[in-house]
Design a protein around this ligand. Structure first.
Ligand code: HGY
Ligand code: MN
Ligand code: MN
Length: 409
C-alpha cells in the first residue's frame, strides 16, 4: 500500500502558487491574506475528501475522517501551512498535505480504522510575524494563555487576535479541548544529514531545545559625522560585539549547539544617526538541557557586560523557549518498522528545527517522520526536495498512522 505521489506533488505545487515569494519560494506569513487563501484551498480539499473541518480560537484547523469507534481518541497528523517571509514550498506544507494524502489514499483503498484521523494545520508555527514560534500549538498544550497569544504583535504593531479576526479564521473551538490518541508530523529535515548519509527517511527520536533571547540595547541618538568617537554611546557597536560573543559561546560548546541572530531593528534606522535603540533576538539551540541553560546564562551575562562597557543600556527578555523533546518510543518504532517494511533507507535523527510536534508531545504520544532536503537548505526560497523523497516519507507516514489508528477493514 502506497500513497499517490503524483497527487501529493500536484497539491504541493498548487499550494505553492498561493503567496508566492520573489525567488521561487513562498511568502505566506501567518494571518495574512495569502494565509487565508491557502487555508481556504486546504479546506476545499478536505471537504472533497469527505472530512469535517473544525477551527479553534487560535485559528488552528482540524479536518476529521471518522473512525469506526466514536469513543476512540483520534490520531492527529499535521504540521503548518504558514511560511517564513522568504520561505520554501515544503517547510510545514509537506506535512499538512501528506497527512491529507494519507486520508485520500485511505479513501481510495476503502480502509476503515477504529480511531478517527484528524489532519491538522497549526496556526503560526513559524513565529516570523508573531513571536514565538509554534504559538498555536503552544496554547493548545497549555504553554501559553490565549490572552498572551492574542496580544503578540508583528513589526507593524498589529496583534495576533485582531489579524485572526480580520482574515475570518477565528474559530469557536476551545484551544486544547481536543484530546489525542497520538500525534504524527512529517517534515523536511531542514538540515544536511539525511542527504549526506544518503538516507531517505529520518526516524526522529528527539528535537533539540531552544531559547529566543530578545536584547534591547539603549544608546544615544547622535550625528554620525560630528560626534567624536569618545562621545558615542553606540548601541550598534554593542550589538555587533554581542553577536560575536554569541558565535564564540556556540563554538565553545561544539558539537551539538547552535546560536545566532536572524533579526535586528535599529531605531531610528537612519544612515547618519547613531541608533538610540537596537532590538535583536538571539536564537540558541542544543539537544542537551543543561548545556542549553548554561549557554543562555553565559550569553545574557556577557551581553550585559559588553553593553555596560560601552555605556549602553541592556535588557533581555526570553520570548521563546522549549526544552529538548524525547518523542514517544512506541511511535518512533512504528515509523522505523514502516520504513523497514517499505524498504526505504533510514536513520535515527534529532530534529534541529522546532516543530508543533514539540508541544503536541506535552499532551500526547508524539513523533515525526523526516525526508531529506537538497543541500540541507531551508528557510530559503531555494528550498528543494525530490518528488521521490516527498512520496517515500508520506508512505511511511501512511503506514505508521494507519497501524496506530488500528485498521478494522
Ligand atoms: O524555528 C524553528 O525551528 C521553526 O522553523 N519554526
Ligand atoms: Mn516547519
Ligand atoms: Mn520553518
Amino acid at each position: 500500500m502506497r500513497i499517490n505521489g503524483d497527487r501529493l506533488w500536484d497539491m504541493l505545487m498548487d499550494m505553492a502558487k498561493i503567496g508566492p515569494g520573489i525567488a521561487g519560494g513562498n511568502n505566506r506569513q501567518t494571518l495574512t491574506d495569502a494565509d487565508a487563501e491557502g487555508r481556504s484551498l486546504f479546506k476545499t480539499w478536505c471537504d472533497k475528501a469527505g472530512m469535517t473541518v473544525g477551527v479553534d480560537r487560535m485559528g488552528t484547523m482540524f479536518a476529521t475522517r471518522a473512525g469506526t469507534d466514536p469513543n476512540a481518541l483520534p490520531v492527529y497528523v499535521g504540521s503548518h501551512l504558514d511560511t517564513q517571509p522568504t520561505g520554501g514550498k515544503y517547510d510545514g506544507v509537506l506535512g499538512v498535505l501528506a497527512a491529507l494524502e494519507v486520508v485520500r489514499t485511505m479513501n481510495d483503498l476503502g480502509i476503515k480504522t477504529k480511531h478517527p484521523i484528524v489532519v491538522t494545520n497549526w496556526a503560526n508555527e513559524e513565529g516570523a510575524r508573531f513571536a514565538p514560534a509554534m504559538l498555536a500549538s503552544g496554547v493548545f498544550a497549555g504553554m501559553h494563555t490565549l490572552d498572551y497569544a492574542y496580544g503578540r504583535k508583528d513589526p507593524e504593531g498589529k496583534t495576533y487576535g485582531d489579524e485572526l479576526k480580520r482574515i475570518g479564521w477565528l474559530g469557536d473551538e476551545e484551544v486544547g479541548a481536543r484530546k489525542m490518541h497520538a500525534y504524527f508530523e512529517y517534515h523536511i529535515e531542514q538540515g544536511p544529514i539525511l542527504e549526506a548519509e544518503n538516507k531517505t527517511i529520518g526516524v526522529v527520536t528527539h528535537c533539540q531545545g531552544l531559547w529566543w533571547l530578545e536584547f534591547t540595547l539603549t544608546g544615544k541618538e547622535a550625528h554620525t559625522g560630528s560626534t567624536p568617537m569618545a562621545m558615542r554611546v553606540n548601541a550598534g557597536l554593542a550589538m555587533s560585539r554581542i553577536v560575536e560573543m554569541v558565535q564564540s559561546v556556540a563554538m565553545e560548546n561544539q558539537p551539538g549547539a547552535v546560536a545566532g541572530v536572524g533579526q535586528a531593528f535599529f531605531s531610528p534606522n537612519s544612515r547618519n544617526v547613531l541608533p538610540g535603540k537596537v532590538v535583536f533576538t538571539v536564537d540558541l539551540r542544543t539537544p542537551d538541557k543543561e548545556k542549553l541553560d548554561r549557554m543562555r546564562a553565559k550569553i545574557e551575562t556577557e551581553g550585559k557586560k559588553i553593553a555596560e562597557a560601552l555605556g549602553v543600556g541592556c535588557s533581555v527578555e526570553a520570548i521563546g523557549h522549549f526544552e529538548p523533546v524525547t518523542f514517544d518510543p512506541k511511535l518512533v518504532t512504528s515509523v522505523r518498522n514502516a520504513a523497514e517494511k517499505l524498504g526505504y533507507s533510514h536513520m535515527n535523527i534529532i530534529s534541529g528545527a522546532g516543530h508543533d510536534a514539540c508541544w503536541a508531545a506535552k499532551v500526547a504520544p508524539a513523533t515525526m517522520v523526516m525526508c531529506p532536503c537538497v543541500g540541507g537548505l531551508s528557510h530559503n526560497e531555494a528550498e528543494e526536495i525530490s518528488k521521490e523523497w516527498a512520496a517515500a516519507g508520506a508512505d511511511v507516514l501512511f503506514h505508521a498512522v494507519v497501524e496506530t489508528a488500528e485498521i478494522v477493514a
